[in-house]
Design a protein around this ligand. Sequence first.
Ligand SMILES: N[C@@H](CCC(=O)N[C@@H](CS)C(=O)NCC(=O)O)C(=O)O
Ligand SMILES: [Fe+2]
Length: 304
Amino acid sequence: MHTPLALHDTLPASADKPLVEAFYDSATGSIQYVVVCPVTRACAIIDPVLDFDEKSGSIATRNADAILDYIRKQGLQVAWILDTHPHADHFSASFYLKTQTGAPMGIGDHVTAVQSLWRDIYNWPDFPADGSQWDRLFKSGDSFQIGNLEVNVILSPGHTPASITYLIGNAVFVHDTLFMPDSGTARADFPGGNAALLWQSIQTLLTLPDETRVFTGHDYPPVGRQASWESTIGEQKRHNIHVTGKTESDFIALRHKRDSGLPLPHLLLPALQVNINAGQLPPPEDNQRHYLKIPIGAFPGAVW
Ligand SMILES: N[C@@H](CCC(=O)N[C@@H](CS)C(=O)NCC(=O)O)C(=O)O
Ligand SMILES: [Fe+2]
């Protein structure tokens, strides 16, 4: 599950060059990150996955516990648990990791728009769509610290209205905007998604220096190559199959065509009710068991 990267020991212990460790979840094609301040050993966890087996209704914390094990062995202090957006393909382990570490959870402030959309889909009129489930809601342009590292928040809507990017020194965590250059970009057809906004968000990211290290949130590798997650802004500018040499209208047409043929993620309906609640299951019923809710017919035109 965890493919260890050489912890980038060749980097100088500089506060603008974070150490980055990636944890790949092959079940969902997700990449979870631990981002470390090389000076203070403070760290942030980005986009942790809570394991869910929909066949048996089982939850497990194998991914999150592997991250905790790494953090313990490296002697790191967790300063933040961060999500880039409310995920559609897996459950967030943020709340579980908060219970284990006491660290605060953060997400973009537009999460309230996603909460409102999905509160209606789940018919939960009393669900508080105010972001109060997190400790901090980041606005575009906000900055905060992981030890001596400064994190800058960039709003990157398109895949979801709430998507944000974390720029941390010479590394940028773009999650579902740019994928690896040979895989292109994220889909823009979820509720509140918008291909034109995704294009604009990508253009903003491409103004970063060419040597900026780009860490994507998913990899769905083409046949014949191993999962990978790191590129640079320069490589993305030169080689991204959905972006390089394309105009905005090319991109919008390409996204609409591709998205209309993509089945929805198989965990979409179970996952959003957990992820708009910061990774907490809905409250247990009187038998102490948690239940998930599946709306029938909320997404007409299913790709079977
Ligand atoms: N087959 C995957 C698809 C997941 C999916 O739709 N992922 C989103 C990001 S949350 C995406 O942008 N996918 C682009 C693509 O599949 O080309 C699943 O069922 O979980
Ligand atoms: Fe996503």
